[in-house]
Design a protein around this ligand. Structure first.
Ligand code: ADE
Length: 255
């Protein structure tokens, strides 16, 4: 069970996006919970303002520290309240993930690690960023979803919540499928086919119809390796490092 707490200026966007399909059902089934706190609700400004000009000048506006910090405190308060209700209060530091292009790039192993946490707080930025002091005060992890810039942190947070949630036990009905697909063991997924056997003159690879499971497994591994070598040489190098014996055997055979 992982509880996601998302600090955002656009709570409806996040909740609507994560309320459908597998993640929506996982919430209904109690494998995960997702709540969004509207940072604007926590501003002390009488005009509900949450942003201001950057000291030193420059383009754009920055989110101010106060509303972000108070929204964060409310998330922490709710977590502690839930734990107290369940009779197991603890003062464990929760991970607070600031989604930003300045962060380390998100990947599958991170999704697995975050899925072990009971509570995760996401902070979504807007405008040109957030006052650095509140980031120093509350953030434990700064994470990017790739080397491109989006208009806000909501889509990256949704991407990460989706990837993390599907690694939480119970969320995928076929739990094995989280282990066998792309990026497991640093290999991309093999090609897959369903009915009909022939579509627009293209036949399904005959080995898949053979009923020989060992042969099917060997073919799939071979295809996964070939794909990874061609499309993602960086991943393939990692795979080879982890399977040196196999590579040595191949080199001996090719001599
Ligand atoms: N906010 C804006 N762009 C982003 C990105 N690529 N990753 C994470 N957060 C972002």
């Amino acid at each position: 069970m992982t509880n996601f707490h998302i600090l955002t200026l656009f709570p409806e966007m996040v909740l609507r996006g994560l309320g459908e399909s597998i993640i929506g059902r996982a919430g209904a089934a109690g494998h995960i919970s997702i709540e969004a706190l509207n940072i604007r609700d926590y501003t002390l400004d009488k005009h509900k303002k949450v942003d201001d000009y950057p000291y030193g000048g420059g383009a754009g506006m920055l989110m101010q520290a106060q509303p972000v910090y108070d929204a964060y405190l409310e998330a922490e308060r709710r977590i502690l309240e839930r734990k107290e209700k369940e009779g197991r209060p603890d003062k464990k530091r929760n991970r607070v993930i600031y989604v930003t292009p300045q962060g380390t790039t998100f990947h599958q192993q991170m999704a697995k690690d975050f899925a072990e946490e009971e509570d995760l707080i996401f902070l979504c930025g807007h405008y040109e960023g957030i006052d650095e002091r509140v980031l120093e005060a509350i953030v434990t992890d700064q994470v990017s979803i790739g080397d491109y810039v989006l208009t806000g942190g909501e889509l990256p947070a949704m991407v990460m919540v989706d990837a993390i949630a599907r690694m939480v036990p119970g969320v995928l009905t076929n739990q094995a499928s989280g282990e066998t697909e792309s990026f497991y063991d640093n290999l991309l997924e093999y090609p897959q086919y369903t009915r009909p056997e022939i579509w627009q003159d293209r036949a399904v690879p005959p080995v898949l119809l053979s009923g020989d499971h060992a042969k099917v497994d060997a073919w799939r591994l071979q295809m996964a390796k070939q794909r990874t070598r061609e499309r993602r040489p960086d991943l393939y190098a990692l795979y080879e490092q982890a399977h040196p014996a196999e590579e040595k055997k191949k080199k001996l055979r090719n001599r």
